[in-house]
Design a protein around this ligand. Structure first.
Ligand code: PLP
Length: 399
């Protein structure tokens, strides 16, 4: 018998499809602005020096069982310090449950699974728009999704009033997913003042803030500044959940290093929650591979390597910043009648350009420039040598 004749093709991932189309294009001018992976000014992927040095330091380590447990707690300890601040009372008092996770995606999925087990009737509120995989992750964990307003297409900025209304109108004690910095795909973040208002309203409504931190350091170049939203919620006494990824800020995409942390009222609760998180992973994949975890914990706990990492992170953030300004300037010089200020107002890896699907299609067909059809430009793919070609193409399709 044919066991699988009823299995059709799964829907294509919008980002993977862009990469596929880009790879099969033979034009020498082609540019990939789809995938959110950092590239240097020559368009090449980057292995950070702190990673190379970290690799040397851990070379030859024997991965015994006991090593794996202690490496994992070191990673968690160092990761939570980055998010909540090294002086956070939660950390000193052991009032958090933290586990290593398979990068940011794995951390989100693990939390979604945990949410369903202990709040089986709950939903997850996701911003419109959000990283498309958020919808898949909570759906597969059987947690129904709801949405809240976030982006305003006219201003190409935050739709703050509608966002606050949606937070207010959601049933008390709802779960919300928030991007603490460098929102994907819009590059639009609330201001500090707006975060304070959001946090206050969360208090009033007793909502649960789950932060998906995939780009710490990429918005401002500074790890603490990019964690400001979380610190504000912390000061206001929220119990927080947070998914952390080292894919982008350490350039470790394929190593799948991440952390999930959940703040608790006391250390006893933290122990119970951690055991539940481990119980979930045990049945799914037991534990993540230890190499990447050892690498990251080594970088974070070695003062010299950590400083080097911070410098390299700044270099990456600054390059992206520079490309935003150059693209903006180039469009102005070409005489574009449109307002492109959002290019420099938005932050992080992405620019939500406002280009329509038709315009994106023309960029592909006429200029061999690839991006997702929502008009999201991965700024990391823009370089000194392709920026004028890109500006000219954008100008042509928006005339
Ligand atoms: N969350 C957001 C908002 C993202 O943009 C990404 C990556 O694109 C992730 C999570 C997960 O990334 P990874 O699983 O590679 O850490």
């Amino acid at each position: 018998i044919d066991w699988w004749d009823h299995v059709g093709h799964a829907p294509k991932d919008p980002i993977m499809s862009v990469t596929e189309a880009f790879l099969s294009d033979t034009s020498p001018n082609k540019i990939n602005l789809g995938v959110g992976a950092y590239r240097d000014d020559d368009g090449r992927p980057v292995v950070l020096q702190c990673v190379r040095d970290g690799e040397v330091k851990i070379a030859g380590t024997e991965f015994l069982e006991s090593v794996s447990a202690s490496v994992s707690s070191k990673l968690v300890e160092e990761s939570v310090k980055l998010i909540y601040g090294k002086e956070a009372d939660f950390i000193k008092e052991g009032r958090f449950a933290g586990v290593q996770a398979l990068s940011g995606t794995g951390a989100c999925r693990l939390f979604a699974e945990f949410q369903r087990r202990f709040y089986p009737q709950s939903r997850i509120y996701l911003p419109i728009p959000t990283w498309s995989n958020h919808h898949n992750i909570w759906r597969d964990a059987q947690v129904p999704g709801r949405t809240f307003h976030y982006y305003h297409p006219d201003s190409k900025g935050l739709h703050f009033a509608a966002l606050m209304d949606d937070i207010k109108n959601a049933p008390d004690r709802s779960f919300f997913l928030l991007h603490p910095c460098a929102h994907n795909p819009t590059g639009v973040d609330p201001t500090e003042e707006q975060w304070r208002e959001i946090s206050n309203l969360f208090k009033v409504k007793n909502h649960f803030p789950f932060f998906d931190m995939a780009y710490q350091g990429f918005a401002s170049g500074d790890l603490d500044k990019d964690a400001k939203a979380i610190r504000i919620f912390l000061e206001d006494g929220h119990l927080i959940g947070c998914a952390q990824s080292f894919a982008k800020n350490m350039g470790l995409y394929g190593h799948r290093v991440g952390c999930l942390s959940v703040l608790c009222v006391d250390a006893k609760q933290a122990v119970a929650i951690k055991s539940q998180l481990q119980h979930i992973t045990r049945a799914m994949y037991s534990s993540p591979p230890v190499h990447g975890i050892l690498l990251v914990s080594t970088i974070l706990s070695d003062p010299h390597l950590k400083e080097l990492w911070k410098k390299e992170l700044k270099v990456m953030a600054n390059r992206i910043h520079r490309m935003r300004s150059t693209l903006h300037e180039s469009l102005k010089k070409l005489g574009s009648p449109l307002n492109w200020d959002h290019m420099t107002n938005q932050v992080g890896m992405f620019c939500f350009s406002g280009l329509s699907p038709d315009q994106v299609n023309r960029l592909v067909k006429e200029f061999h420039i690839y991006m997702t059809y929502d008009g999201r430009i991965s700024m990391a793919g823009v370089t000194t040598s392709n920026v004028s070609y890109l500006a000219n193409a954008i100008h042509e399709v928006t005339k």
